[in-house]
Ligand binder design. Structure first.
Ligand SMILES: Cc1cc2nc3c(=O)[nH]c(=O)nc-3n(C[C@H](O)[C@H](O)[C@H](O)COP(=O)(O)OP(=O)(O)OC[C@H]3O[C@@H](n4cnc5c(N)ncnc54)[C@H](O)[C@@H]3O)c2cc1C
Length: 298
């Protein structure tokens, strides 16, 4: 399916942040097959009524579903009217390839991109995976900024440190490089302990990073799922949360309720503390986002 490019370009997300109200964003991943596309369409239809300020679509670094990111961005934008922010990673791409992907988004009227280095599918980056000097997120930001000065670029930040960074200080210097190269905001890796986010924001401000830092929140669906995800991304799981999940034993609905309850408490606390919004890792499921929206409306 190829959607006709919309004539009206999207509004840069940086302008939305400048309005001073907290923004709600949702993250999708591109489905692998047509059945997944149909399921995503249904999820998007259900989520339209909570009116996210923007939605992002991940990019499969190193293979598989790459083209689908563009297709899903077009679908979510043109069929559902969402402001979309496709992700774009450097892994295994030449500068010309990154330019081609970004150029296609731009032609469609997309004006927001999440610029990333990416991981290889099997984990850590391998020699030869980074081409043409595109080795870090900051290189992607610099390239996109040069090609399309009016793009609004988001970048990733790590409240509990990127797993490959030798220290918090080094990671902070590298985040500063991304912002200095032209990123307009930071979305964080998921975390379950808000204190990690607050410490991270303090360190960013002390380092002179003054763009919005959006907390990334993932409602837990199962202990197995969250243990796998946190072991890959380096986020810590508070004992109190683990105990609650364990107490639910194998009852998925109760675990889901525990996950929603934890995420709701996190978001309420973050917004009360002045966070510029929140980004939900929804794993293409509408239910947790809808339940959270209802909880926050109260
Ligand atoms: C919000 C968010 C969205 C994501 N979306 C995707 C996605 O769609 N697809 C996907 O594959 N992955 C995605 N990821 C995962 C991400 O690709 C990985 O975490 C990846 O390992 C790092 O990407 P980055 O852009 O943050 O890298 P970078 O900012 O380049 O950092 C990677 C590592 O290199 C270090 N570093 C950076 N610059 C330098 C330098 N100049 N010299 C030395 N060291 C340096 C950093 O400290 C860090 O340890 C996402 C992560 C987040 C938080």
């Amino acid at each position: 399916m190829s959607a006709a490019p919309s004539l009206q370009p999207d509004r840069p997300i940086s302008e939305l942040f400048a309005m001073g109200r907290p923004l709600r964003s949702l993250e999708f991943y591109p489905p692998r097959d047509d059945a997944g596309v149909e399921a995503l369409r249904q999820t998007a239809a259900a989520l339209r009524r909570i009116g996210p300020d923007f939605v992002s679509i991940t990019y499969g670094a190193g293979g598989g579903t790459r083209e689908r990111t563009g297709e899903m961005s077009a679908l979510l934008r043109d069929e559902f009217g969402f402001t979309v922010m496709p992700h774009l990673t450097a892994v295994n791409h030449t500068r010309a390839e990154v330019a081609a992907v970004a150029g296609e988004h731009y032609r469609r009227g997309i004006r927001n991109i999440m610029a990333l280095r990416g991981d290889l599918p099997n984990g850590s980056p391998a020699a030869g995976a980074f081409k043409d000097g595109l080795c870090f997120g900051s290189d992607v930001v610099a390239l996109l900024r040069e090609l399309h000065p009016d793009l609004c670029l988001g970048v990733a930040g790590y409240p509990e440190k990127h797993p490959q960074a030798p220290s918090f200080e080094a990671d902070m210097e590298n985040l500063k490089r991304k912002v200095d190269a032209g990123a307009s905001f930071v979305t964080t890796q998921l975390f379950f302990d808000n204190d990690a986010y607050y410490r991270f924001v303090d360190r960013c401000r002390a380092a002179g990073i003054d763009v919005p830092i959006v907390p990334g929140i993932m409602p837990v669906l199962s202990l197995k799922q969250i243990t796998r995800i946190t072991s890959m991304c380096g986020a810590s799981l508070p004992d109190r949360l683990v105990r609650r999940i364990e107490a639910a034993e194998d009852q998925p609905e109760i675990i889901e309720a525990v996950g929603i309850d934890w995420a709701l408490a996190q978001i309420r606390d973050l917004l009360a503390a002045g966070a510029p919004g929140y980004h939900l890792y929804i794993l293409n499921r509408a239910r947790s986002a809808l339940t959270l929206a209802a909880g926050l409306a109260a």
